[in-house]
Every structure is written in structure tokens, then in C-alpha cells.
Ligand binder design. Structure first.
Ligand code: MG
Length: 319
């Protein structure tokens, strides 16, 4: 049996709106949001398509988690705090009620973890693949959001966590042989991003620009360079790798050009080094200085001796 749209909303989605009065129990045409004085709304949207952004046989609760987390990562990159979200689900007949139940359970677990609620959305059938779209709403103190346009020559380039694990995790799902423990860790990084919300909020006033690494380090640093009208130089010997990724052939390419890391990449004046190092000690994951900003345009990656590294491809292209 397949739930009709209204049953779907009643049974699976309304519980996700509990606790947010302005969601009006998903019974109205739209939701209402009051913002506290002195805060701006921050809005982002990401859509994922089966077999493009996730694998059709990925566990539904993890698909839900990834959908929410990639959007939360955009809030992190802006220095924002999560508030609420809206979903659109276009489902083919192959997606049954059990799949949707597990999907809703995944949303519930992660909205509780990250502190936000479902406040609206739409469901429809489709003759194409499963398409899941999510609009995230967050807030930031007015005028204090991080953007891509503030990087200046002489500043440092920093990145959180480790790079390349998710891209290698996708290779594991496609058949790359690793041990069971390694597979668990690497595939986990691909399926379950860790949005760096606490870091993003702490970087307000400290970072001059920020972006989350979704398309690959070189591509995303390129976005900062374009918007800030500067060049960036990355020292490949400083790239942060996990213990697991370090031993995998192709790890450096995965770190530079693989997508899906969802770490924060940011720039900051040299004077900010002690504060950023103190922050790394406080938040429980690494923050690594990997390069610097110069006058000019584009991203260059160099070896420790200054020789340029050839870049075979610049990140994941969606089209
Ligand atoms: Mg982003």
C-alpha cells in the first residue's frame, strides 16, 4: 500500500514539526517565523538526486541525514545557527512507505541533534528518479555572516578536519578494496557529513571569508578567490589527512579535487593565528593552515619546495 500525500504528511512529517509553533502543525498554507531583534535570516537550498548525489540503495535514514547535513553545512559556512527547514520530495513508485518511514526517522534524529524543525514542504510523484530538496533557514547576528568575498592578500588559508575521506568513501562503495574498519570510517564520511556549525559560529569576526568544501578544495577555494578578487597558494605538504586516507593511493587527488568533505575552508589575517589555534583545541577537531592569499587570480597548489602540483581536474562538476 502506498500512502497518499495527506497520509504521508499526517503520519510521517507532522511529528517533525512538533515544537515549532510557527509551523502551525503543517496544517496551513505557510509557516510563520518571528526573528529576535538584531538577527538576520540565512537561507540556503540543496537538492539531491538518486544516483547523482547519493546511491539509490543507500539507507534511507542516512539519505535524510545527508540531505539535512549538506544544507546545515551551508549555514556553517555563513556562521549561522540552524532554525528550521522545508522539504520537497518527488518520489517514483519504487519508493515505498517503508522507505519514507525510515527517511522521516533519519530527519527526526538529525533535526534533534542539530536543533531545527520541519516547518513545511511539498510531496509529489515523479516518473523520473527520486529527487529530494531541502531549504534550510538559519539566523545570524545582523551584519556578522561570513561570506566568500572578504579574503585579502597576505592572509592565511585554513581548513577544518581532514580532506579526501568522503571521495575515497565513494570509491569504496564502488569497489575499492580496504579493510572493514577503514570502509566503515570512509563510507561514513561520504554518507554522513559533519556540518561544522560550532566552528562557523566561532569564526564570526575571526575569518575574513569562508566556504564549505562540497565540490573539492581547489574548486571551493577558487570560489573564494573569484568573489574576493585574489589568488590562493596551497602547500600540498600541509593538507590534513585522516590516518585511514593517508594510506590510500590517490589520497592527495581526493583531498584536492574530491567533493563531499563538508569541512570549512576559510581565510583569516595572520594576527588571528593564536585565536584560531585556541579554537581548534576547544572544538575537538583539527583546523590546519594550508596556504596563503596573494594578489592575482586562481588557485595554485605547490609542493613544499615551491614546485607547482599538476591538477588533473578541478572538483566535481554537477553539469
Ligand atoms: Mg556551500
Amino acid at each position: 500500500m502506498t500512502l497518499g500525500e495527506f497520509d504521508l504528511i499526517d503520519r510521517l512529517l507532522k511529528p517533525l514539526a512538533q515544537g515549532f509553533p510557527g509551523a502551525l502543525n503543517l496544517a496551513d498554507d505557510a509557516a510563520l517565523i518571528d526573528l529576535p531583534p538584531g538577527r538576520q535570516l540565512v537561507v540556503a537550498k540543496d537538492a539531491v538526486v538518486a544516483d547523482v548525489h547519493f546511491l539509490a540503495d543507500d539507507p534511507p535514514d542516512l539519505v535524510a541525514g545527508k540531505l539535512l547535513r549538506v544544507n546545515l553545512s551551508d549555514l556553517a559556512a555563513m556562521g549561522a545557527e540552524p532554525l528550521a527547514y522545508l522539504t520537497a520530495i518527488a518520489r517514483p513508485t519504487s519508493i515505498n512507505d517503508a522507505w519514507l518511514q525510515r527517511f522521516a526517522a533519519g530527519l527526526l534524529a538529525d533535526q534533534q541533534r542539530f536543533g531545527c524543525h520541519l516547518i513545511g514542504g511539498d510531496t509529489t510523484s515523479t516518473t523520473g528518479p527520486l529527487v529530494l530538496s531541502l531549504t534550510i533557514l538559519g539566523t545570524v547576528p545582523t551584519g556578522r555572516a561570513l561570506t566568500r568575498s572578504g579574503a585579502r592578500p597576505g592572509e592565511d588559508v585554513w581548513v577544518s578536519g581532514t580532506l579526501g575521506d568522503a571521495a575515497i568513501g565513494l570509491r569504496v562503495l564502488r569497489g575499492l578494496a580496504v579493510t572493514e574498519d577503514e570502509a566503515l570510517e570512509l563510507v561514513g564520511r561520504y554518507r554522513t557529513p559533519r556540518p561544522r556549525l560550532a566552528l562557523g559560529q566561532s569564526l564570526r569576526g575571526l575569518a575574513s571569508s569562508a566556504i564549505d568544501v562540497s565540490d573539492g578544495l581547489v574548486a571551493d577555494l577558487g570560489h573564494i578567490c573569484t568573489e574576493s578578487k585574489v589568488a590562493a597558494v596551497v602547500d600540498a605538504s600541509l593538507l590534513p589527512f585522516s590516518e585511514v586516507a593517508r594510506g590510500v593511493p590517490g589520497a592527495r587527488e581526493a583531498a584536492l579535487a574530491g567533493g563531499d568533505d563538508y569541512e570549512l575552508l576559510f581565510t583569516a589575517p595572520v594576527a588571528g593565528r593564536p585565536a584560531i589555534e585556541a579554537l581548534a583545541a576547544q572544538i575537538g577537531h583539527g583546523i590546519t593552515r594550508i596556504g596563503h592569499i596573494e594578489q592575482g587570480a586562481g588557485v595554485t597548489v605547490v609542493e613544499a619546495d615551491g614546485q607547482p602540483v599538476a591538477l588533473p581536474r578541478h572538483g566535481w562538476r554537477h553539469f
